[in-house]
Design a binder for this molecule. Sequence first.
Ligand code: ADP
Ligand code: ARG
Length: 342
Amino acid sequence: MKYPNFPKDCKSMLCKYLTKDVFEELKNRKTPNGFTLEMAINSGVKNPDSSIGVYAGDKESYEVFDLLFDPIIKEYHGFGKDEKHTSDFDAKKLDMDNPDPKGEFILSTRIRVGRNLDGFPLGTIISKEQRDEVEKIVSNALKSFKDELQGEYYPLKGMTSTIQEKLIKEHFLFKEGDRFLEAAGLNRDWPEGRGIFHNIDKTFLVWINEEDELRIISMQQGGDIKEVFTRLSLAVSELEKDMKFLKSDHLGYITSCPTNLGTAMRASVHIKLSKLSQNKELFKNITDKFHLQIRGIHGEHSESEGGIFDISNRRRLGVTEVECAKDLYNGVKELIRVEKSL
Ligand code: ADP
Ligand code: ARG
């Protein structure tokens, strides 16, 4: 394997931190599951417009390829290699009101966490049999969910394209054919082993075997972050009764992309900021100050429509779940205050 040929204008963290020395040091290493440097960097090599460009194959990847992952984790989360991650998913600690009680700005709120099963490699190198087993374990566990969390599992295989497209358009289902995931090995055997569970109201959903083995999601109309968080916290603890998630003291929950480590939580609102979004510099200054990320209306790598943005916490590691939700709350309060003043 040769040192990759990055284009001159490449701005990915892979390109920044995979120096020739780091490459030489790591190029012959392998994790116990057989994950190599070549596999870790393929997505960023094939997609030079990546912002990050690396994926892990298992928990050990973060140790075996530490010379590459550590500086990326430090830059993305501000989290050092000697720090410990702590979790706090206690909804009672979220002391907050609805930041938009009259429903003037926030259309909907969604909080998701990523999880992977202990005892399995990550989706980048999981075998078809293992992936099918993950699907079985998770969908079986969900069958016993009661009350508000009760629902049904819909495998992607056999789903009509009309239903699939409708679920994607309404923001409930993952997209198909993402080129970053493709190059990371995460789309192998598509659509086998993939699917979506949801309750009747589609306020509690679980994606199975997309970028992570589980994406556990709570969402609803309006801006009640606390209610969405409370439902998610309950659902995660119910799932934990039936399965063990992959985690470490240092990195928290282990995910295939280093941006999702720790809490693996992305708490977001769809918010209409017609005036503020015209002033790009001010908009970005506020989101940066409150550690928020701006995405388009159809999620990552999509554009905004009609002045509506997807605003979410950026940090996920070295902060607790409660702090992730507070990052969103504090930032959204400020965005609404400024939007009103313009
Ligand atoms: P993820 O958040 O799972 O990492 P994406 O950014 O691709 O991945 O978002 C997944 C889907 O969730 C997209 O359809 C996106 O529009 C939708 N979504 C995200 N936040 C919200 C929200 N606050 N309200 C409604 N839909 C949302
Ligand atoms: N690999 C892509 C990139 O580097 C996505 C990174 C973060 N997003 C994610 N879904 N993991 O741009």
